[in-house]
Design a protein around this ligand. Structure first.
Ligand code: C5P
Length: 295
């Protein structure tokens, strides 16, 4: 295999419920993941050693980057690949720190790409386990489309695709710290057993393609820190969004619209009111990471 390229979608959460804090410090959640058409690209070709370059100079390209960590995890699992290298090139379009899973999607892509490049193959359960160890959102991107996430989000239950929806995404200039947002929930929470009921609830919403009742428990601590996030969400609701919500643990906010034209109009309005935010439109997609030969 000479050169390969992967497209790595972003995600939103069509609802996120936190059940409680676990003994390992993570939080038990139920969420409905949805892949969207906003893509990073990761290219890989054989090389004597492992290296990563990225068009965003703000991102580290060493062992702090999940792409490198994914490569190392694969080498750990398949010792015969430890002598292999790869030149990896990452093109970022998904804003970092927005709760859109960009880094997680890139990591899932690195796993699948390097399996192909180094001619090893992991069993699906093995791939899923390695992905989950890299980060709670990484396993979702191996499936993509629409999927329920349980546990800390790493247990993925694929759902039938929902009909395409248009959305507006707003990125503020500030980020939010995921561990801090989760930790702020600690005081009122104990681990409760509501996962089955909540999974059914989200499953039904997806089936009925009606998201008007979705909520995200992480909004309370996020909005307390950054009230502007709530103003942006409310602006999207006033512009006719069926639902508007914080993406994961933030800091971006999305609104769901009935069609692309409605979304474009709402985006133009929001961009006018929130001058220092980046506002874009996107659509949902029924896919995850996809690898093909690079031209
Ligand atoms: O799994 P990941 O590395 O993406 O998680 C980052 C941090 O977010 C964790 O260290 C933890 O503080 C918090 N987290 C959590 N519960 C989850 C997912 C993430 O508390 N379900």
């Amino acid at each position: 295999m000479s050169a390969l390229s992967a497209t790595c979608p972003a995600k939103i959460n069509l609802g996120l419920s936190v059940l409680g804090r676990r003994a390992d410090g993570y939080h038990e959640i139920v969420t409905l993941f949805q892949a969207i058409a906003l893509f990073d690209t990761l290219r890989a070709e054989n090389a004597p050693s492992l290296s990563l370059t990225c068009d965003d100079p703000a991102l580290p390209v060493d062992e702090r980057n999940l792409v490198i960590r994914a490569a190392r995890a694969l080498q750990e699992e398949r010792p015969e690949t430890r002598t292999r290298g790869a030149r990896l090139r990452l093109t970022k379009r998904i804003p970092a720190g927005g709760g859109l899973g960009g880094g997680s999607s890139d990591a899932a892509a690195a796993l699948v790409l390097l399996e192909r490049l180094w001619e090893v193959s992991l069993a699906p359960a093995e791939r899923q386990r390695i992905a989950g160890a890299l980060g709670s959102d990484v396993p979702f991107f191996l499936h993509g489309g629409t999927a329920l996430g349980t546990g800390r989000g790493e247990i993925v239950h694929p759902q039938p695709p929902i009909p395409e929806r248009a959305l507006v995404l707003g990125f503020p200039a500030f980020g939010l710290n995921t561990p801090e947002i989760y930790a702020a929930l600690d005081a009122p929470l104990t681990l409760q057993d509501g996962a089955v009921t909540l999974s059914r609830f989200y499953g039904k919403l997806a089936e009925g393609n009606d998201f008007s009742r979705i909520t995200n428990d992480l909004e309370t601590p996020a909005f307390a820190r950054r009230p502007k996030l709530a103003f942006f969400r409310d602006a999207l609701l006033r512009a006719g969004a069926e639902a508007a919500l914080l993406c994961g643990s933030g800091s971006s906010v999305f609104g769901l619209f009935s069609g692309r034209d409605e979304a474009e109009q709402a985006a133009a309005g929001a961009a006018g009111w929130f001058g220092d935010w980046t506002v874009v439109t996107a659509v949902t997609v029924a896919r995850g990471v996809r690898v093909e030969a690079a031209g």
